[in-house]
Design a binder for this molecule. Structure first.
Ligand SMILES: Nc1ccn([C@@H]2O[C@H](COP(=O)(O)O)[C@@H](O)[C@H]2O)c(=O)n1
Ligand SMILES: [Zn+2]
Ligand SMILES: [Zn+2]
Length: 600
């Protein structure tokens, strides 16, 4: 392959037969196990949110998009050698969460091309770097009209029938027509001859920009085009890629029910996302779903054997979807840590870089430089965690933001002495702050959104003091909380049984048990984060002022109105004013706070 550096790759047998443990790059020495390969295999990313530079401050998630490109390219070669299929899937939310994606005029405009980058010509048709087979859209591609348009005009056309938005549409600015952003489905044959019908869905999202439409999934799967697609027949496996949590989502129930009405036994493989966790669910004896985390921390792996009642030569691997099932279908799943050590191990190559992967890594460095991502606002005096410590802890990020940073930097001079409360959704905070340099990049990593501050002046305190609890009891302006058994940002939790001397990380308990994490980490603590937070200024908690200014993030305005009503007073949109005269967004709070409070 032109894109593979033959000097380092060598003949295939060098990496296919000599399985040796590559030298661990640092103290994080772990014993990984070879992956179970099947007839049909998948690698999956989701909710990358611009983290293509990798985690610069956490080595165990330190691989970048170039490393991943090399990994995927070689894994596809290994699949070809094994006469197996390997498909690469992504389930959306490409922007919002990192300087790489958000320090640009239109979020994601510099990172989306890194998905489609094809700087070397290949002799093989369809070999793209990265060679995604199916992608779908996330809610973050739809919040702002210009992002949705960029996806529609540039990203979707590149992928053709690989970019599936079966229930997401956009008004074409040139024709005024309502069109699907991508294609509705793809019916294709794999290299090894498996017939796959793929769809790409978004959860029932109602906050998209005005130029977009999301059709509820229960309606989508009743539409004629969907029924016609099912009627085409000749399907060995349904592949449903969706920006939808795999556990407990009525959206997936609708899709599985619709397919099962026509195909009671055909395997269904779901790839989900949006909750930012690792998870795997068995829906029935031939339908399973995988969620592969977030932020380029995880690469999900699935292998399937027994399709068309044929067990491959590697038929010993995998297990039935349900414990009690006697079905022939054998499935395995793994959550791989996104780092070079993992990629080297599973390609069985110490040097697994392709020329193309190196180019992508190089381009990432260039983009970071161009976007000035390493410029420094200050030095954080300690770590601040979103959910690793309790709210009362001085290392709590949500306490830092709600009690200190916002009250100190979000000030309308004319009302500086008025008692006031600040209300915000915790979902606007995306990641921890680590002690040390706090950079331009970190400011997007922690709080990427351009949400502005609004307020209702002089609300009676008797009403205002009930708003936070009314908000937390009401509709959620955040991703829905996973159910019990699947808590928090860090996956499902279980007692630690097998630990190595490595960094804390994901410890996952899913429908197949506790052996999903490729690297065994000590478990991170995980404290509940309420959906809404409040800070106060110009009065103390023991005081009862007559009235307060109620200041809030515009993203939650309608929920605040609803909560005020439930607390006893009805306000309307007309009562809401901008709090700050100039453009100042939630993403600007920490840079200003760091400049004023965190000297280096
Ligand atoms: N302008 C915005 C947009 C989104 N949010 C928060 O992000 C959550 C969704 O993120 P996922 O990665 O889980 O899709 C959303 O529920 C909000 O909490 C925001 O604060 N401001
Ligand atoms: Zn997301
Ligand atoms: Zn999402």
């Amino acid at each position: 392959l032109d894109c593979v550096n033959r000097d380092t790759l060598g003949p295939q047998k060098r990496y296919l037969f000599k399985r040796k443990q590559p030298e661990a790059p640092n103290a994080e020495e772990v014993k990984l196990k070879a992956l179970d390969w099947g007839q049909l295999n998948f690698l999956h990313t989701t909710d990358t949110h611009g983290w293509l530079e990798g985690h610069l401050k956490e080595k165990h998630y330190g691989g970048d998009w170039g490393d991943f490109s090399s990994f995927v390219t070689i894994m596809k070669e290994i699949a070809a050698f094994k006469q197996a299929d390997l498909l690469l899937i992504d389930t959306g939310d490409l922007n919002d969460g990192n300087g790489m994606s958000d320090a640009t005029a239109v979020s994601g405009e510099r990172i989306r091309p890194l998905y489609t980058a094809r700087p070397c010509q290949t002799k093989l048709a369809n070999l793209k770097e990265l060679p995604f087979d199916i992608l779908t859209i996330g809610n973050h591609e739809l919040y702002r009209p210009e992002i949705a348009l960029d996806v529609y005009q540039n990203f979707a056309p590149f992928w053709g029938d690989r970019y599936l938005t079966s229930n997401v549409q956009i008004y074409d600015p040139n024709t005024g027509e309502l069109n699907y952003i991508g294609k509705q489905y793809r019916h294709f044959q794999t290299k090894m001859g498996l017939n796959i019908m793929a769809f790409g869905f978004l959860f029932d999202f109602d906050r998209g920009a005005n130029n977009t439409v999301v059709i509820k999934m229960e309606d989508s799967v009743k539409e004629q085009w969907f029924l016609d697609a099912l009627a085409e027949g000749n399907v060995d496996l349904f592949l449903l890629a969706g920006h939808i949590p795999v556990r407990g989502s009525s959206e997936w129930t609708s899709a599985i029910t619709a397919i099962r009405a026509v195909y009671p036994n055909t395997p269904i493989q779901i790839f989900g996302g949006h909750y930012h966790i690792r998870d795997f669910v068995a829906y029935d004896s031939r339908a399973v779903g995988l969620a592969s985390g977030r932020y380029c921390e995880t690469v999900g792996w699935i292998s399937i054997n027994g399709l068309n009642n044929t067990l491959s030569s590697d038929s010993g691997t995998g297990r039935p979807a349900l414990n009690e099932s006697t079905d022939d279908l054998r499935i395995s799943r793994k959550y791989l840590d996104f780092n070079r050590f993992t990629f080297a191990f599973h390609t069985n190559l110490d040097q697994f870089d392709t020329r193309h992967g190196k180019k992508i890594s190089h381009e990432i460095t260039q983009i970071r430089h161009e976007l000035n991502l390493t410029s420094i606002f200050g030095c954080a005096p300690q770590d601040y965690y979103l959910s690793r410590v309790a709210y009362e802890d001085k290392g709590s990020l949500i306490r830092l933001i709600s009690q200190e940073a916002i009250p100190s930097v979000v000030v309308r001079e004319a009302r500086r002495n008025n008692p006031r409360i600040f209300l915000m959704n915790s979902g606007l905070l995306r990641f921890d702050i680590f002690k040390g340099l706090f950079t331009h990049d970190d400011s997007f990593i922690v709080a990427p959104f351009k949400n502005s501050f609004q307020f209702i002046p002089s609300v009676p305190y008797t009403i205002a003091k009930g708003v936070l609890s009314a908000l937390n009891a009401g509709k959620v302006a955040k991703r829905r909380e996973p159910e019990i058994g699947s808590l928090g940002n860090h996956g499902n939790h279980r007692p630690i049984s097998q630990l190595y001397d490595i960094s804390p990380g994901y410890v996952t308990y899913d429908d197949f048990g506790t052996d999903g994490d490729d690297t065994k980490h000590p478990e991170l603590p995980n404290y509940h984060v309420p959906n809404y937070l409040q800070g106060n200024a110009s009065f103390s908690v023991s005081e009862e002022p007559d009235s307060v200014d109620v200041i809030f993030i515009d993203f939650i305005a309608r929920y605040v109105l609803d909560a005020l009503k439930r607390s006893g007073k009805e306000y309307s949109l007309g009562d809401i004013q901008d709090y700050l005269p100039e453009e100042f967004y939630s993403r600007n709070v920490l840079p200003k706070y760091a400049q004023e409070n965190w000297p280096c």
